[in-house]
Design a binder for this molecule. Structure first.
Ligand code: PLP
Length: 365
């Protein structure tokens, strides 16, 4: 089986580094918010070119904490895409703010600028860009739109570790970037983990308070926070995995390049190439096909796993049917959800595996 993820196939040297990291933490006798977390925060901030990184429990919490750290809540509108992991929308809702959904552009499946503009109201406070599948858009128009309309720009970077536009890393274009280190992400822990990166010392300080019960000084609670602390074990494991991130991404890019070159089938559509090579880290390689379910079955019969990201856009999820949206509707998101298919594109695939996937796709009728 050619799998979407293959942790068992990771290099022995990485496994050994993880075992050493875990042993170090267990023997240290210190398990929550300690030196491992501090180290990883420092290194992750450095990797992103951000002034601060705050380790939290997961990516969902990073988004909630990010929205709350902007002082947004009841009555404040935030514009995301409905074509995303549900956590993007849930993070806004849990912060008490109101998501207003704008449509995607079909070539990239990323938020459409004109649709976002149409969705702005007097209550709009922020645009939350999702770097879906690991791809960043050209950022200049978004920075300009937010500046011109007095909105905060924020980034959901859960799929886009190490993605860069114009040499600047995902999460550093606006007020903050939210990262998830869920195991399947390009940088994953061995359990749940997340981080918020920011250049703004006030947002950084607020995130540190919110992740720890709203505790400002020991046993003094200035806000109603949550328990969303990155633990020492996950921080140490992330630290062990970080040196592998960029070479794993290089492998993902090489596989994606072979897909772009080798897939020749009029029944399939590839998403457009990114604005520059560094803007896409291929967390997922997604194709579109009118007969998506039959294609998935065809691949399965040839030993190739595939997944759908995502079959149901946010506005068609039961608790979200009442959410406001672009007055012209979300037709591109709905079509994408009906036709998209993610095919294996992970660093442990062999060249032969990549060839097998290309042949199977080209043989689909
Ligand atoms: C995975 C993901 C999240 C949520 O991260 P968790 O760590 O699973 O909570 C949020 N947004 C996007 C786009 C994701 O892919």
């Amino acid at each position: 089986m050619i799998r979407m993820n293959d942790f068992g196939g990771e290099p022995e040297a990485l496994l050994q580094a993880e075992v050493r990291a875990a042993e170090r933490v267990i023997r240290s006798g210190w398990y929550v918010l300690g030196t491992q977390v501090e180290q990883f925060e420092k290194h992750w901030a450095g990797h992103c070119g951000a002034a601060h990184a705050v380790g939290v429990g997961n990516g969902l919490d990073a988004i909630e904490i990010g929205i709350r750290s902007l002082g947004l809540g009841e009555g404040d509108e935030v514009i995301p895409t409905p074509m995303t992991a549900f956590a993007t929308i849930l993070g806004i809702l849990r912060a008490g703010a109101t998501p207003v959904l704008a449509d995607i552009e079909p070539q990239s499946a990323l938020l459409d600028l004109r649709s976002a503009e149409r969705s702005i109201t007097a209550r709009t406070k922020a645009i939350l860009l999702v770097h879906l599948y690991g791809r960043m858009p050209g950022m200049a128009p978004w920075v300009a739109l937010c500046r011109d309309r007095g909105l905060v720009l924020a980034e959901d970077c859960a799929q886009a570790h190490s993605a860069r536009v114009g040499g600047k890393t995902a999460g550093t274009f606006g007020a903050w970037g939210a990262y998830s280190f869920y195991p399947t992400k390009n940088l994953g822990a061995i359990g749940d983990a997340g981080a918020l990166v920011t250049d703004d010392p006030q947002i950084g300080a607020s995130a540190r308070i919110l992740r720890n019960y709203g505790q400002e000084n020991r046993y003094e609670h200035s806000r109603l926070g949550m328990n969303s602390r990155l633990d020492e074990l996950q921080a140490a494991l992330l630290e062990a995995r970080l040196p592998w991130l960029d070479r794993f991404i290089e492998r993902r890019r090489a596989i994606a390049a072979r897909y772009h070159e080798g897939i020749r089938n009029h029944a399939l559509r590839l998403l457009a190439l990114p604005v520059e090579e560094s803007a896409h880290v291929y967390h997922l390689f997604v194709i579109a096909c009118e007969e998506r379910d039959r294609l998935a079955q065809h691949l399965k019969e040839r030993g190739i796993e595939s997944l759908i990201h995502y079959p149901i856009p946010a506005h068609l999820q039961a608790p979200c049917s009442g959410l406001r949206r672009d007055p012209r509707g979300l037709a591109h998101s709905e079509k994408h959800a009906r036709t998209c298919l993610s095919i294996p594109c992970q660093p442990q695939m062999s060249d032969a595996d990549v060839g097998t996937v290309i042949e199977a796709l080209n043989a689909f009728r």
